[in-house]
Design a protein around this ligand. Structure first.
Ligand SMILES: *Cc1c(COP(=O)(O)O)cnc(C)c1O
Length: 380
């Protein structure tokens, strides 16, 4: 084996930083003048490695980041990420000291939460989340008193106000109408601030699909997650704005074993795969604990080895899976198998693999990376 990098000896995530830079620049260009990209790097940057991704984005001038949890934000700070970091999700109020220490902006997820945070008596930067119809988090848009009361809280410095769209991924007429309703509700709250003489903080509404389907909306930020990683949530998603996004992640492993099984036998847990013919199988030392969905077992998923597309056979195990290489020639131990990658690699795309597994790309990517190293492409 030529390659002796221990990170690529079993299974790994290959990260194409050039594709990342391309996507970031493209998305920034698609935004209106004055609007900035807030890079969503939650959940280990959707499995791509949050430090690796945030550092690269920082190098090309991205100054705003969003995470889901305070710990994700702290990890970025400890690894030298400067600029703004917004915690989008819940943080226990007794962690206010840490939010301040690491200069993290906290989302005010409802009015009671703001009251509890104010009681900590620690000066904090916050963004107010408004509920304009998703009903997950936020102060109701039609409760201006509560919104204005947050501005009056002495410990809380309101740096931003935002909402989240719940059906911006759809181009169906009723969904577009609902998104427009959400946008109007948001600006109704902004107008109420103005008429009360309150300062207008930074405003943001769109995430990835908000930008791609409602590109003319003029905000201070777009919170881009999935598109930054060069993919959409589902393979058949149609968007108003079509950008030449490039997938950043490839999921790779190496052939560990080759075996021959006679015809009329069974393979793996529950003997789920039946060998109708004498079969040659390759064992890949990667499994569902590495993020390969178990739903891709026994013919539902496939992988690329030496240019061949070969089916996953039998049940995917925690740490291994089997592929049928009977119809191939020359596959050897140590050869690289690409489980998720680009069309150019002849590998299954992340959206296609996610769909085969009955999920969306976001979930597929987020579940990777807990055990796998993220290795920049070219250094692999
Ligand atoms: C995850 C998240 C995003 C990013 O969403 P994408 O669809 O991946 O762009 C934006 N805003 C909020 C509030 C989120 O939780």
């Amino acid at each position: 084996m030529k390659n002796s990098d221990i990170r690529t000896s079993r299974a790994w995530i290959e990260v194409d930083l050039k594709a990342l830079r391309h996507n970031a620049a493209l998305l920034q260009t698609a935004m209106p003048e004055g609007c900035r990209l807030m890079a969503v790097v939650k959940c280990n940057a959707y499995g791509h490695g949050s430090i690796l991704i945030a550092r690269e984005l920082q190098k090309i001038g991205v100054q705003s980041f969003a995470v889901a949890t305070a710990d994700e934000g702290i990890a970025l700070r400890r690894h030298g990420i400067r600029g703004e970091i917004l915690v989008l999700g819940y943080t226990a109020v007794y962690r206010a000291e840490q939010l301040k220490k690491y200069d993290l902006m906290q989302t005010v997820i409802d009015f009671e939460y703001a009251v509890a945070l104010q009681k900590q008596g620690i000066p904090l930067k916050i963004h107010i989340k408004l509920d304009t119809g998703m009903h997950r988090m936020g102060i109701p848009f039609d409760d201006p008193q509560a919104i204005h009361a947050v501005f009056a809280m002495s410990a809380l410095q309101v740096c931003g106000m935002f909402t989240h769209l719940c059906c911006a991924d759809s181009l169906a007429t009723n969904d577009i109408t609902f998104t427009e309703t959400q946008i109007n509700r948001f600006y109704q709250s902004v107008a109420a601030l103005k008429s009360n003489g309150l300062p207008i903080p930074k405003l943001h509404i769109q995430s990835n699909y908000g930008l791609l389907n409602h590109p003319h909306l003029q905000c201070d930020y777009v919170r881009t997650g999935i598109a930054l990683y060069g993919v959409l949530s589902s393979p058949n998603d149609k968007t108003k704005l079509r950008l030449d996004l490039r997938p950043v992640l490839s999921l790779k492993s190496r052939v560990a074993l080759l075996r021959t099984v006679t015809a009329n036998d069974f393979v793996g847990y529950s003997r789920a795969f039946y060998t109708a013919r004498k079969s040659r199988l390759a064992v890949l030392p990667i499994g569902y604990s590495d993020g390969v969905p178990r739903n891709l077992s026994n013919g539902k998923g496939n992988v690329q080895i030496n240019g061949y597309r070969v089916p996953i056979v039998g049940r995917i195990c925690m740490d291994q899976l089997l592929v049928d290489i009977t119809d191939t020639k020359g596959i050897a131990i140590g050869d690289i198998a690409t489980l998720v990658g680009t069309d150019a690699e002849n590998a299954p795309s992340a959206p296609a693999a996610a769909e085969s597994a009955g999920s969306i790309t976001n979930e597929l990517l987020c579940r990777m990376g807990a055990r796998l190293p993220c290795v920049p492409k070219g250094k692999a």
